[in-house]
Design a protein around this ligand. Structure first.
Ligand SMILES: NC(=O)c1ccc[n+]([C@@H]2O[C@H](COP(=O)([O-])OP(=O)(O)OC[C@H]3O[C@@H](n4cnc5c(N)ncnc54)[C@H](O)[C@@H]3O)[C@@H](O)[C@H]2O)c1
Length: 327
């Protein structure tokens, strides 16, 4: 079975469904898959599309992941593999409305897995969250075998979805893997979801506002560049590894250091502005990526300083493009 997965998906004409393919990580992943020769179908309700155009030849079905329309689209397309990225991505919103979060992030995932299995799909890659599932870690960097303890409904939903995918694998024989991303950043992010601090700060700085720091800024995060995550997704679609795999850099950066670096890059001299810490946030998050290297042959290729410069340039170009548009 694992050998068959690899052959099916690695072939240039592999058929891949990407849910959430109009979003931040999704649009980077779709471009990478299409460039590698895959035939890609995007399923997205466009509730949080990032605005990047889909590559030529990639079709979009506008549908909720829990809907009959999404299941039918998967059955008709008969994918070799499916990348499930669509989600309610805000930790804050999950605290305010945990029931709505479960509807998309748990029920929606189960519906997608069921449709994939019914369509004969052999491989499902799920976007989980390293920042949200390990909670307050006893030791860092977190490894996949470490205890999980979510602190937010968003994290609990990601763990529940992982558990369901394990059942789909054990009971229905579809090969599943949960990529536990660290804080993903890069061009085309809007800053509303998890890991959005880079995008939010870049937008503020380029609008002439001070960077805003939640809490004392001593909280640390593992920031991973979106192009590297898109490559991890592509490799995971082809690989046979199952269960959880961390996707990060193995490095911890204090949020204050990140903000000061971005401010320097943007030429801002204003002091940082202070804001309260949102509920359900962990103090430290850092992921071991040894398993990703061993089982996917993946290593993060982009240094933080380079990724931040690329992101700031992209936000600047976007703002200049918007300013040049006729009113
Ligand atoms: N960005 C990060 O730092 C990060 C970290 C850990 C995990 N993740 C996970 O990675 C995945 C992608 O995140 P992202 O940052 O690209 O988010 P995003 O919001 O940019 O993309 C999500 C996409 O899913 C779509 N969507 C949302 N609800 C839907 C629904 N019910 N039906 C169909 N489509 C729906 C949105 O329109 C959007 O295009 C998510 O599962 C997220 O939880 C992201």
């Amino acid at each position: 079975m694992p050998g068959r997965v690899r052959r099916a998906v690695a072939s240039r004409r592999a058929r891949v469904v990407v849910t959430g393919g109009a979003g931040f990580i999704g649009s980077h992943s779709v471009r990478r898959l299409a460039a590698a020769g895959a035939t890609v179908l995007v399923i997205d309700d466009l509730s949080h599309a990032c605005g990047a155009a889909l590559p030529p030849g990639v079709d979009l079905v506008r549908a909720n992941v829990g809907s009959r329309a999404a299941a039918q689209a998967i059955r008709r397309f008969r994918p070799d593999a499916l990348l499930h990225l669509a989600a309610q991505v805000s930790v804050n919103r999950s605290v305010l409305d945990p029931v709505a979060d479960v509807a998309t992030n748990v029920l929606g995932t189960v519906a997608i897995a069921q449709a994939a299995q019914a369509a004969g799909c052999r491989r499902l890659v799920f976007a989980s969250s390293g920042g949200a599932v390990y909670g307050t870690a006893r030791r860092l960097p977190s490894r996949e075998r470490d205890r999980t303890r979510a602190l937010s409904p968003y994290g609990a939903a990601k763990l529940a979805a992982e558990a369901y995918l394990d059942v789909f694998r054990a009971t229905f024989g579809i090969s599943t893997v949960a990529l536990r991303y660290a804080n993903v950043y890069g061009p085309d992010q809007d800053g509303g979801g998890e890991g959005g601090v880079v995008a939010r700060t870049a937008q503020r700085l380029l609008a002439g506002l001070p960077a805003r720091m939640a809490g004392d800024g001593g909280q640390t995060r593992d920031f991973v560049f979106v192009a590297d995550v898109a490559e991890a997704n592509r490799l995971a679609l082809e690989a046979s590894v199952t269960g959880p795999v961390n996707i990060g850099t193995g490095l911890a950066t204090p949020v204050r250091t990140l903000l000061e670096h971005l401010a320097r890059l943007a030429g801002s001299v204003q002091p940082l502005e202070h804001a309260p810490l949102p509920k359900g946030e962990v103090r430290h998050s850092q992921l071991s990526v040894d398993r990703a290297e061993r089982r996917l042959g993946w290593v993060p290729a982009t240094r933080l300083a380079d990724g931040l410069a690329i992101t700031l340039d992209a936000v600047r170009a976007q703002l200049q493009g918007a300013a040049a548009q006729p009113a």
